[in-house]
Design a protein around this ligand. Structure first.
Ligand SMILES: [Zn+2]
Length: 297
């Protein structure tokens, strides 16, 4: 048996948590009649029946569905909203570019020509999903020795440096001019975006009136509460040992019928993956056994 030890955590991301213990996940309030129409997600006025249907976001939603969705796939996001509730996300969490921020503000205020305010522009969906994915990728990298530097390195190139120089005034000393400076700026930015994603998406759970469920938290709020809980419980992020899967996970899915999900000593993200890998290894052993013995010289 493996000795019990703390999960790896990059020293550059060890925030102080309050409360430092996991927070029970609130239930969610699905929306009704949400659909993707053109470059928008739209819905109608939400009635009282909406409040009666309460559901839970699946375990590890932030590691699975959220990381696997294409940010441009409005149909899938509309489907989530019908299952779990509003998407959430804040334009304050990421962009520090003044023009871009003004553009996003204008998009938030814009109404769909037919559905009016019961709508969300596709650009905002893409922004919220891709910023969430970038933040989660940073968090995952922080849980692997060397992971954060590896992730940052993908953005540290001569080309990127040249692009930044082309966009900036040559007398301006504030932008990075060497790969070393670019590396340091990229690292700081990645960690700042992760902290911001947590800060803005968890804001719904501040001290206040009403249970967390009563506040009808958004999908992204509860997804980042899942991440927060993994941080608080120092969860081990595993990589699925099914060689065609490789997904990051904490809890294996598909074991609920046995009473609870297992979190220790598991190698596969689902029972299907465990079965697929066992069959693959069985076929390999069989092939090895049935191979004819090499002929003597
Ligand atoms: Zn798997």
């Amino acid at each position: 048996m493996m000795p019990l030890m703390a999960a790896y955590a990059d020293p550059r991301f060890r925030p102080t948590l309050w409360p430092g213990t996991p927070v029970p996940l609130p239930e969610m309030t699905p929306m009704v009649g949400v659909q993707a129409v053109g470059d928008w997600i739209v819905w109608g006025v939400q009635g009282f029946d909406r409040v009666l249907a309460r559901v839970s976001l699946p375990d590890d939603f932030y590691l699975r569905e959220l990381m696997e969705v294409d940010p441009a796939d409005l149909e899938t996001v509309a489907d989530w909203m019908n299952r779990y509730g509003s998407l959430g996300g804040s334009i304050e969490a990421g962009s520090w570019d003044y023009d871009e921020h003004s553009r996003l503000q204008e998009l938030e205020g814009r109404e769909h020509p037919h559905y009016g305010p019961w709508s969300l522009h596709g650009d905002l969906v893409r922004l919220h999903i891709s910023e969430a994915q970038a933040a989660i990728a940073t968090w995952l990298a922080c849980r692997r020795p060397g992971g954060l530097d590896e992730l940052v390195e993908t953005e540290v190139t001569e080309q990127r440096l040249a692009d930044i120089a082309a966009e900036n005034d040559h007398d301006d000393s504030s932008y990075p001019k060497t790969l070393e400076e670019l590396r340091s700026v990229t690292l700081d930015l990645r960690l700042a975006l992760l902290r911001n994603a947590l800060r803005y998406n968890l804001a719904a759970f501040s001290v206040g009136l009403g249970s967390l469920t009563d506040r009808q938290p958004s999908i992204l709020s509860v997804a980042f509460l899942q991440l927060y809980n993994h941080l608080a419980e120092d969860a081990t992020i595993r990589t699925c040992a099914n060689e065609t899967c490789g997904r990051d996970f904490v809890r294996q899915r598909g074991r609920a019928e046995y009473g609870q999900n297992r979190t220790s000593g598991i190698k596969y993200c689902t029972r299907e993956c465990a079965r697929a890998q066992a069959q693959r290894e069985h076929r390999r052993r069989k092939a090895t056994r049935s191979r004819p013995a090499p002929a003597p010289h």
